[in-house]
Structure formats: C-alpha cells, structure tokens
Design a protein around this ligand. Structure first.
Ligand code: SDX
Length: 431
C-alpha cells in the first residue's frame, strides 16, 4: 500500500505548494504532482520520462544501480534457473507462483488456444516475401480484433482473461508463420503434445517432407530466452501498450502498438542490430575502431547491446544470457564461434574503457541473445519477433493491471510550447 505521510514543498513565484510524497514497497519515493497544474499553473518537464513514474504497479521491480530485476519479488536469475516461461507467465499475470494443479490448468488453457483462425493465413499472403517479420506481426496481431470479437470488451474481466490467454498462446504461431512466409515454406500447425518453446521451434523449423525432433537443449535455451524477456517495468513498448489501452482500445490493437514500438533499434530491435554490428566488426583486431566510433560525439554510431535507461550496472539478464550462450554453443559443439569471441573481447575492452565506465554503460539483454538465436538457426530478422513473443505476457499483464484499476484515466501528456504565438492569417497576395 502507498505510504502518504511525507510531503515536498515547492516554492514558485513567492508561493509555496505542499506536494504529497508517496513511498512504495521498494525503489524511490515519488512526488505526487497530479494537482500541480491546478494549484500552481505550471507543468513539469521530463522528455523521455527519465524521472517520471507513470503508474503504480506490483508486477516488476528494477534496481538499476544494483542491477536487480524482480518479477512479483522473485529474482530473474532464480526464475531463469528454476522456473520456465509459462510458469513465469502465470506469476506475472496472477501475482504468485502456481501450485502444480494451477500450473497444469494454465498450461492446458494456453495450449488449447495456440491455433489461429484459419482465415488469418490470408493476411500473410498480402505481404511481399521479403517483408520484415515484425511488419507482418504488427499487421496480423492488429487484425486479431477482427477475428476475436468475443474477447474485446475490456470492461468484462472474463473477456480480459480470455484475450490474455489468446495473446500468449497465439503469438508463437503468428511469429513462426511470419518466418515461414518470409522463407517461402508452408505453415506448420502447433501441436498440443509439445511444450511452449518446443512448439515454437517445431513451427519454425519443421517441414512437411520429414519428421522433426525438437532438440531438448535448444528447447531449454529457447524457453530461457522467453523467460528473460518476459517483462521489464515501464519500458518504451510497455508504456506504449498502457497509453494505447488508456483510451479503451481493444487488447489486440494495444499489443500491435507495443510490437511497433519494440521494433526500434534503441529498444527490442537492438538484438538484430547487435549481431549485425558484431558481424561487421568481424575480428577482435577491429574492436578498437568501433569503440572509438561509439565514443565519437560526431559519429551517431553506438555499441548495440550496450547501455540502458535504467541499468547503471550489469543487466542481470545479460549475465544469464552470456552463461546460456556458452552452454548452448558448447552443447552444440560450436566452441570456436568467432562472433562469440568478438562479443566477449568487445565486452572486455569496453568495460575497461573510461568512457563506458563513466557513463555506466554495460551489456544489456540484447548483447548476447543474438548469438544464441543465430546458433539455434534463426536469421537476424527473427530476433525481435522472438522478443515480441516473450514480451507479450509483460504487455498483457501490465494492460490487465491498468484495466483493473477503476481510477485509471486516459493518458494525455502536455508540452512546453516554443512555437509561434497568435498571429492573423495573411492572404497569399500579401505574403
Ligand atoms: C532494451 O527500457 C527497457 O527496459 C528496455 C529493455 C526491455 O527489456 O524492455 O531493457 C530492452 O531496449 C535494451 C536496450 C537495447 N538498446 C540498445 O542496446 C541500443 C544501444 N543503447 C543505446 O541506444 C542507449 O544506451 C539506450 C537507448 C539503451 C539508453 O539510452 P538513454 O538512457 O537515453 O541514455 P542516453 O542516450 O542519454 O546516453 C547517455 C550517454 C550519452 O552520452 P552523452 O550525451 O551523455 O555524452 O551515454 C551514451 C550517450 O551517447 N551512450 C552510448 C551508448 N548508450 C548510451 N554511447 C555508446 N554506445 C552506447 N550503446
């Protein structure tokens, strides 16, 4: 519960204003400025929201200084080691780890919703074969509201629940089909006898011409990648989903908006950009050249997979991902992967460089994930769609939390106006 015993005093134009200070269960206090404009006639100014709490939440907590990430209080490294993606989905959606019976029921409900309406296949055929799979996913997910009318009434808790299960269940099918369409292979349907990660791998890599056995090592690595990307507090795409849903838009449209935002290279698109950067570097001897470019103010180049708005220490997900990269490549017998060697040497040299130390730039979740995904057989264009599949549970959990709050309002930021003041229209002959 929020502790509201403290206040902050703002003095402006000779006037003092008492603003409530709210404390949560962890993390910084917040100054409640909801009445500031009506009391003092001023806005606060925070482009990029670096110092702004946009909502209450009980789902995910990040301590950027310590490099800590908790989902409903459970540390991400413990969940990555001991849990699995659908159990983490249950935790994010409902707030606690499930009993064995609750987990079995949840997994069964998700499994039974993995197929998509057969007519949705026609959406794919409208795209060029070389369309980026993220472009296809934005379109197909947005179109889901045209097929699943019975779970678009956001004021009905049961329909919110059905929409949540449908989104989590169908995203792997939609993403796998975007990949199959991209490479010109037939769609592969989900199977109810496979777990979530194995189903996704089979839908991506199986062909009708032969049987496909899922490699359990890859399935475990895939599930861990899903777990590591599941939710991350109020990041750009989650904030996009919350803002879209604040207008009352249906959940499928809100998730499509989140996918669109995630695609950017500063956000979820960084995993694709990072592997492309590592390949461009190619050999350890070229690393100094790229580090110099990243430090050059006149060069827009940045080290992809490095830095983070919140983490000013190691991203705990990057640590798990790095360990997983070693394990997967070793188990696959790819022990001399040159790209992994470049990544490790780049990380070493960057962390020894004062520029990165001063700016507290460390590897983030996207730095090692691409190496694992490429070793699993995915092209770089599928890296961000895989991020989107995983993050759907985070988007949906945050969406449900917001929709369940009767006090939530439409999001409507203001601005600092620097444009022309009032002036009269000038007829064209007088210009
Ligand atoms: C994700 O928000 C989340 O939670 C996101 C995410 C999630 O799970 O949802 O964690 C997933 O998006 C991870 C981030 C993936 N993006 C990248 O790896 C792209 C490369 N990183 C940067 O673009 C950048 O670090 C950001 C966008 C991630 C964060 O940028 P900020 O917080 O806005 O910081 P900034 O741009 O103000 O940079 C601060 C300084 C600047 O130098 P100065 O102007 O102060 O001199 O650090 C520099 C930047 O130039 N800097 C970098 C750098 N990142 C920041 N310099 C070189 N290489 C980099 N990668």
């Amino acid at each position: 519960m929020k502790d509201t015993t403290k206040t902050a005093t703002l003095t402006l134009n000779g006037q003092s204003y008492e603003l409530p200070v709210l404390s949560g269960t962890a993390g910084p206090d917040v100054i409640d400025i909801r009445k500031l404009y009506t009391q003092a006639g001023v806005f606060t100014y925070d482009p990029g929201f670096t110092s702004t709490a946009s909502c209450d939440s009980t789902i995910t907590y990040i301590d950027g200084e310590k490099g800590e990430l908790l989902h409903r209080g459970y540390p991400i490294d413990q969940l990555a080691e001991k849990s699995h993606y659908l159990e983490v989905c249950y935790l994010l959606l409902y707030g606690d780890l499930p009993t064995a019976a609750e987990l079995e029921d949840f997994e069964s409900r998700v499994t039974k919703h993995t197929m998509v309406h057969e007519q949705m296949q026609y959406f794919y055929r409208g795209f060029r074969r070389d369309a980026h799979p993220m472009a296809i996913m934005v379109g197909v997910v947005g179109a889901m509201s045209a097929f699943y009318h019975d779970s678009t009434d956001i004021n009905d808790p049961w329909q919110r629940e059905v929409a949540s299960i449908r989104m989590i269940a169908k995203m792997p099918t939609i993403a796998a089909w975007a990949y199959k369409y991209h490479i010109g292979q037939p769609f592969v349907y989900p199977r109810n006898d496979l777990d979530y990660a194995s189903n996704f791998l089979r839908m991506c890599f199986a062909v009708p011409a032969e049987d496909y056995e899922v490699n359990p090592i890859l399935a475990r690595a895939m599930d861990r990648i899903f777990t590591l990307h599941a939710d991350h507090e109020q990041n750009a795409s989650t904030s996009t989903v919350r803002l879209a849903s604040s207008s009352g838009a249906n959940p499928f449209a809100c998730i499509a908006a989140g996918i669109a935002c995630l695609w950017g290279p500063a956000h979820g698109g960084a995993n694709q950009a990072c592997l492309e950067m590592l390949k461009e570097i190619g050999t350890p001897d070229r690393i100094p050249e790229f580090i110099a470019r990243a430090k050059d103010k006149n060069d827009p180049f940045r080290l992809m997979g490095f830095g983070h708005r919140v983490y000013k220490n190691f991203d705990p997900r990057a640590k798990v991902m790095k360990q997983s990269a070693d394990e997967v490549l070793d188990l696959l017998g790819i022990d001399d992967n040159p790209i992994l060697q470049v990544a490790k040497e780049l990380e070493k040299q960057a962390l020894e460089d004062p520029y990165f130390a001063e700016k507290k730039l460390f590897p983030n979740v996207d730095f090692y994930s691409g190496i694992i995904l490429e070793a699993m057989g995915f092209p770089t264009s599928m890296f961000t769609p895989i991020f989107a599949v995983s993050r759907t549970v985070g988007w949906i959990s945050q969406w449900k939390e917001q929709q369940s709050d009767p006090a939530h309002k439409i999001g409507r930021p203001r601005q600092l106006y620097l444009g022309a003041t009032r002036r009269d229209y000038v007829d064209i002959e007088n210009r």
